[in-house]
Design a protein. Structure first.
Length: 427
């Protein structure tokens, strides 16, 4: 059997196993009924045979694409991953496919949306063939409005093509009020209202992802700096959200730690780590609340756990560092290096290269004759050094002692291992 015959045989077997989506017949029927009647055409037998062969090849190779056309939101395979990619492949979104042209000539297309109880995800593309600049895409602003006002934006991700003339964006918003049916998607170039256009669409709630798993947790993990209370978990197909509160016990350590993440929490389902999507922390009336976001969960869950891997911790030491430039040392196992020491305006400025999760709370300089107290600690830059250190700390002391002094760090903050697990009941 020839190679071509083998391929046709394999595709024939795949075709027998394929199942058309439930809405496909109705879509095709509606489209056919909308077309005006045409006069029948006579075909020559040879033309008919050729057309039949071409249709056979097209139908065999393209049936899967045809089946999902109008259901899967097309053009976002390179942007999506994990749960969202799987849901889109299954055609779980609502296709919108409406476009507007901005006054600057850019064409914006609202490709589709995906809705569940946690969030509304908007898929849109911008085609802008203007001059390529670093700020080209950051000039575009989006918003979503309903009868009840603005829909709160949450997060987003985008990817451009090779020529940087098109960007595909996936942006998430808070799930709108259950009574909302009509939405307006606004996009603005810059801050000028005359550069704004609107795409209105109707939210098809029949296509919303209905699965929702909600469970109270009400368990606390205690560390030296803070107590973390995990209150609830809400899981939907697109996202899992864990909410809780933080009771800070050592406020100086908490406030001075300018780390991107002050704690690290893993969600495990049946022993597998669920990929994180992001996190948020807010404060009100001396109380902190947090949200941890992960990929969505499926229906079948047997074991559900949260593990706090690390959290900020205040540590005491009495380590002396000689201020010789470029000198690398280890303080309590933490790698540090002295980048620079200068004296300016009767003050000594010491720049340290440190790991990301590290800051100094208390320190002093001592040259044997006098001491200088620590005034301020600032983050200088985030350029990684050859030794792998990621951040620069700028320490300013209140006396001009210079490079002959020793730096004594007595208190610092870093991330320490916690490795404490909470078992979440599965209903």
């Amino acid at each position: 059997m020839s190679k071509l015959e083998n391929e046709m045989s394999d595709h024939g077997k795949e075709l027998k196993q394929m199942k058309a989506p439930d809405q496909l017949e109705q879509r095709l029927r509606n489209r056919l009924e909308a077309l005006p009647p045409k006069k029948p055409k006579r075909w020559k037998s040879s033309s008919l045979i050729a057309a039949s062969i071409l249709f056979l090849f097209f139908f065999t190779y393209q049936f899967e694409t045809m089946a999902f056309y109008g259901k899967k939101i097309l053009g976002f395979d390179s942007v999506l991953n994990g749960t969202l990619a799987e849901l889109n492949d299954q055609g779980k979104g609502q296709v919108i496919d409406k476009s507007v042209t901005l006054p600057n000539g850019a064409v914006v297309t609202l490709d589709g949306v995906m809705l569940d109880a946690n969030q509304l995800i908007v898929f849109y593309t911008i085609v802008d063939k203007s001059e390529d600049t670093e700020t080209k895409w950051s000039n575009y602003r989006t918003s979503l409005q309903s009868f009840f006002g603005d829909v709160q934006p949450h997060s987003g991700i985008g990817k451009t093509n090779e020529s940087n003339t098109k960007i595909s964006n996936v942006e998430s918003f808070k799930a709108p009020n259950p009574f909302v049916k009509n939405l307006d998607f606004y996009i603005t170039y810059g801050n000028q209202l005359e550069q704004r256009e609107k795409i209105s669409f109707e939210l098809d709630r029949s296509r919303a992802l209905a699965y929702k798993y909600e469970q109270d947790i009400d368990q606390t993990i205690k560390t030296d700096v803070a107590d973390y209370t995990f209150e609830t978990i809400i899981a939907t197909p697109t996202q899992t959200v864990v909410k809780g509160t933080v009771d800070v016990k050592q406020k100086e350590a908490w406030n001075e730690s300018s780390f991107p993440e002050q704690y690290e929490v893993e969600l495990l389902v049946d022993g597998e780590t669920v990929p994180p999507q992001g996190s948020g922390l807010s404060s009100s009336l001396n109380r902190y609340t947090f949200e941890l976001e992960y990929d969505g969960l499926s229906h079948d869950i047997n074991d559900l756990k949260l593990t706090m891997k690390r959290a900020i911790s205040e540590q005491s030491t009495d380590h002396a560092i000689h201020l010789q430039e470029k000198k690398s040392i280890k303080m309590e196992g933490i790698p540090l290096s002295v980048e620079n020491v200068t004296v300016e305006e009767n003050k000594t400025i010491v720049i340290l290269n440190t790991p990301e999760p590290f800051t100094v709370l208390k320190a002093e300089l001592d040259d044997g004759r006098m001491t200088a107290g620590l005034e301020t600690v600032l983050v200088g830059s985030y350029e990684k050094t050859e030794s792998g250190l990621e951040k620069q700390l700028i320490l300013t002391f209140d006396e001009p002692l210079g490079k002959e002094a020793e730096l004594h760090i007595t208190k610092y903050v870093t991330l320490e291992d916690v490795n404490e697990t909470i078992q979440i009941p599965v209903r």
